[in-house]
Design a protein around this ligand. Structure first.
Ligand SMILES: [Zn+2]
Length: 115
């Protein structure tokens, strides 16, 4: 039955809403590790045979409102940042699912004859 299908999808949307309300802090973007050389010519990072660059430094890169940004993330904040990035991905997945279901419901409703 058509209306039963709609009810089912609405139930799924309801659980998506509940999951969304449980989400904590979030950040878009991805983390990467960088290794740098410094300005000291006698430093280990400039060793001609076995250069050991400084790092890793953690960076968060993301695009927001059409602008791409990179910011450094302190070592002790990396775990928390990873958690927030995961939250953002969950947020994206859930909202996409919600939109998809809404579109499906809308399409199916058009097929139901008005009584
Ligand atoms: Zn150095």
């Amino acid at each position: 039955m058509t209306s039963k299908k709609i009810q089912e999808w609405q139930k799924t949307i309801q659980s998506i809403k509940e999951e969304l309300s449980q989400l904590g802090d979030m950040r878009p973007g991805s983390l990467s590790e960088q290794y740098n050389v410094c300005g000291n010519p006698t430093c280990r990072c400039k060793d001609p045979k076995n250069p050991q660059k400084h790092g890793p430094y953690h960076q968060l890169s993301y695009t927001h409102k059409g602008k791409s940004t990179t910011e450094f993330v302190k070592k002790d904040k990396v775990a928390e940042m990873k958690r927030q990035i995961r939250n953002y991905q969950t947020f994206k997945t859930l909202t996409e699912e919600w939109v998809e279901l809404s579109v499906k419901i809308g399409k199916l409703r058009k097929k139901i004859p008005a009584s």
